[in-house]
Design a protein around this ligand. Structure first.
Ligand SMILES: *Cc1c(COP(=O)(O)O)cnc(C)c1O
Length: 414
């Protein structure tokens, strides 16, 4: 950091403040994680200079010989790890990956079915404030009011009525196992293609701890920075027949220059995800999530669907009368970082919400275990019950800081 402190003290100072913030707080944002030093080294490398439009062996620029080596490693590792026929490692983000997937699978104006945003869907699954909602006719399905799990009865009914060209599964705030096989049968029965956006659960799938969508879906998109534990980026898998179309949908249709530093970082991320230690890590992520959920329940909180099968959970704050934003702020003050989140059938607007989402991937990477999760669960509930009590929040903050001091932050302290 010495170069930055000399040349740009303002940015340097802000980064130093964020380091302190990260060290002193517990990160329970379900979509975040800490990448390894090796991944950060690749991501921060000079590879960012190189123009490598196109794909290995067919580039639009000279001097790509080493870029081909890097990208081929990333592609082959992705195919091996996820047992996929084809991989594209260039998407700049999960949203870009979804854009390219739609370009591959459907035409402008086509009908697509996906989960409604407040029920766990993503903005790029048809929200009118994104390209997806403006480009395609999205029909949204929901979770059932009783079980708060995917409502296949509704999906079947909707699919028969609206004749979708594509059905999308995969979510941002759904705490349960997804039955991809059932989705595939349903898609086949109405002649629709099937896409899975496993942005959140890619790491759990890689570890074999959640059923893989790869045998069932025409296209699978993901992010590399959530449970997969790399730096920011997207990745797409597909069947051989779609390979050519998918590659041209990513470049040149959706994106230009490949970010070769990011492609190298993805290759390193995938290599790490192929190690036995990665499976152990994902087991701990799930164990920590179950432990945190159990503690929240024990302390009287209501969880959407009653618990979790994966790395995340949603607390329904309705019984407390508080909004998600109020709780997010109070937790922030106590050094517990989480995000407000809509819950299914939420009566509050998206900028307030009745829910707060917790996830364990980042805290688990940092080394926190079930003992710490129990403690943090109890602190979360104390804060929720005392959002206006500065003394309680200050005490919680001290306890959080004490836990944090025992666990160095990867990429910061190492
Ligand atoms: C996070 C997420 C994305 C988007 O990823 P970005 O990299 O933020 O664009 C897409 N789909 C789902 C389901 C997600 O959870």
């Amino acid at each position: 950091m010495s170069f930055l402190s000399q040349s740009d003290p303002e940015i340097f100072d802000a980064i130093e403040c964020e380091k302190k913030h990260q060290k002193e707080s517990v990160n329970l944002i379900a979509s975040e994680n800490y990448a390894s030093r090796a991944v950060l080294e690749a991501q921060g490398s000079f590879l960012t200079y190189k123009y490598a439009e196109g794909y290995p062996g067919r580039r639009w620029y000279g001097g790509c010989i080493n870029m081909d080596v890097i990208e081929n490693l990333a592609i082959n590792r992705a195919k091996e790890l996820f047992k996929a026929e084809h991989a594209n490692v260039q998407p700049h983000s999960g949203s870009q990956a979804n854009m390219a997937a739609y370009f591959t699978l459907i035409n402008y104006g086509d009908v697509v079915m996906a989960m409604d945003l407040p029920h766990g869907g993503h903005l790029t699954h048809g929200s009118p404030i994104t390209f997806s909602g403006r480009t395609y006719k999205f029909v949204h399905y929901h979770v059932s009011r009783e079980t708060e799990r995917i409502d296949f009865t509704e999906i079947e009914k909707l699919a028969k009525e609206c004749h979708p060209k594509l059905i999308v599964a995969g979510y941002s705030a759904y705490p349960r196992i997804i039955d991809f096989e059932r989705f595939k049968r349903l898609a086949d029965s109405v002649g629709a293609k099937f896409m899975v956006d496993m942005a959140h659960i890619a790491g759990i799938v890689a570890a074999g701890l959640h059923p893989s969508p790869v045998p069932y879906a025409d296209v699978v998109t993901m992010t590399t920075h959530k449970t997969l534990r790399g730096t920011s980026g997207g990745l797409i898998l597909c069947k051989k027949e779609l390979a050519k179309e998918l590659d041209s949908a990513v470049f040149p249709e959706a994106q230009g220059k490949a970010h070769m530093h990011a492609v190298a970082a993805k290759a390193v991320t995938l290599h790490e995800a192929m190690q036995p230690s990665f499976v152990e890590y994902q087991k701990k992520v799930l164990e920590n999530a179950r432990t945190l959920a159990a503690e929240l329940l024990k302390q009287g909180m209501r969880l959407v669907s009653g618990g979790t099968d994966n790395h995340l959970m949603l607390v329904d704050l309705t019984p407390t009368g508080l909004t998600g934003v109020q709780v997010e702020k109070a937790l922030d003050a106590a050094g517990i970082i989480a995000n407000h989140n809509a819950i299914p059938f939420d009566s509050r607007p998206p900028l307030k919400t009745s829910g707060v989402r917790f996830g364990t991937p980042a805290a688990t990477t940092r080394g926190l275990g079930t003992e710490e999760m129990k403690k943090i669960g109890a602190l979360i509930v104390q804060v929720i019950k005392n959002v206006d009590n500065e003394k309680v929040i200050e005490e919680a903050k001290q306890e959080v800081a004490q836990i944090c001091r025992r666990f160095p932050v990867p990429g910061i302290d190492d």
